[in-house]
Design a binder for this molecule. Sequence first.
Ligand code: IMP
Ligand code: MG
Length: 172
Amino acid sequence: MHDMKVVIDAGQIQARVKELAAEIETRFEGEPLVLVCVLKGAFIFFADLVRHLSCCPELDFIRLASYGADKESSGKVLFSKDMEVPVKGKHVVVVEDIVDTGRSMRYLEKVLAEREPRTVSICALVDKHERREVEVEVDFPGFRLKKGFIVGYGMDYAEKYRELPGIYEIIS
Ligand code: IMP
Ligand code: MG
């Protein structure tokens, strides 16, 4: 077990997730919408977010791998599970846990744009905007954090701590 301190508690997360769902709903009301969960880190966020949406988004899952068992990005991005729902002519909202350097989302935006969606936006639980290395805008940011390695609410360190209900920073 690592030493950790709570950064955002479960209650704060739930309140913000509800607001994000309302923002997404207002933006795309009455239009074809696909929400894409980026596995694995976004799985809990996605499950909570979609349950606040009323009418009929299509849901899908993809898997990217940019981090190994370490805390630093390798800079390489792999696309290991693709979408199954066609996105042509639809609004796509990519639901991600964290946007850090921006490399993963930049890659995904490029791949998705080739499939002619109406729009592609990014919803991220945490936007570490000060660590950006490539230009990526988070359209629906949950929380903005500056630094620190965080876990919980779906996010892991070497596949551990995803089950924690709040967001914690690993201190050592
Ligand atoms: P990026 O390509 O550098 O933006 O990498 C983003 C991905 O790195 C996220 O989807 C996470 O999976 C992972 N990541 C970045 N920072 C953290 C962190 O603090 N905790 C857990 N995973 C992280
Ligand atoms: Mg991730």
